[in-house]
Design a protein around this ligand. Structure first.
Ligand code: PRP
Length: 215
């Protein structure tokens, strides 16, 4: 048998939604993933194995051939910005919005570089450039809601779902930058070399999305 198809998954909230989806496709890890220190899991399908990675590491693993395909949020894919990846299926999981947010009632400075706290530095730079503003990005890995409160930034760029986190921290959403949801991501190379294995999976996933959203 040829080398198994390697599927990169993002740990955290998205994993909880991804595992039932894979189960519906007949793909189940042979060992419990949650609580395990392992990073690579064999599955009930001998031709498929799973990698469990940080969400931001899924695009580089797929792009560089460490995995043939993966599941990643559109927010992460926009930030990574690779033209070597394709997104054949919108899984419609983990839907959220990439937005700017400021302290409630506070106007942005009209001139000068905006101080933007975010883990989406590339997205933020592109968005504010499209608005004719240059930025002074502050790269953070979490809790960016604090930055405007302590006076470190004028604005944040982050994903918003319910809006509760912004509200709880005295912030309000401003501009919508993009809608996000989980995507099947495949490298252009694997799409060619593994098409016979990947095409049926795309078909199954499209069917699953169709059924789930019709229900
Ligand atoms: C995200 C985001 C916000 C929160 C928004 O964080 O960074 O903090 O969710 O959700 P809400 O609008 O429903 O309040 P997440 O919990 O995914 O953790 P992270 O900071 O590790 O990304």
């Amino acid at each position: 048998m040829s080398e198994p198809l390697t599927f990169a998954l993002a740990k955290g909230r998205l994993l909880d939604e991804t595992l039932p989806l894979l189960k519906a496709l007949g793909i189940e890890p042979l060992e419990q993933i949650s609580g395990s220190r392992k990073l690579l899991f064999e599955t009930t399908r001998s031709d498929i194995r799973l990698l469990v990675l940080r969400a931001t590491d899924v695009p580089p693993y797929v792009e560089r051939g460490g995995a043939h395909l993966g599941i990643a949020g559109k927010d992460t894919l926009l930030e990574y910005g690779s033209d070597m990846l394709c997104e054949p299926v919108d899984l419609k999981l983990s839907a959220c919005r990439l937005m700017t947010a400021t302290r409630v009632g506070v106007e942005l400075p009209k001139t000068g570089r905006l101080r933007v706290a975010t883990k989406y530095v590339n997205v933020a730079r592109q968005y504010f450039a499209s608005q004719g503003r240059q930025i002074d990005p502050i790269k953070l890995y979490g809790a960016m809601e604090l930055a405007p409160i302590v006076g470190m930034s004028d604005v944040i760029v982050d994903v918003v779902d319910t809006g509760n986190t912004l509200k709880a921290n005295g912030l309000e959403p401003r501009d919508l930058i993009a809608h996000s949801s989980a995507r099947l991501v495949v490298s252009r190379v694997a799409m060619k070399t593994r098409y016979h294995l990947i095409a049926p999976m795309i078909e199954q996933l499209n069917e699953w999305v169709h059924q789930t959203n019709a229900a």
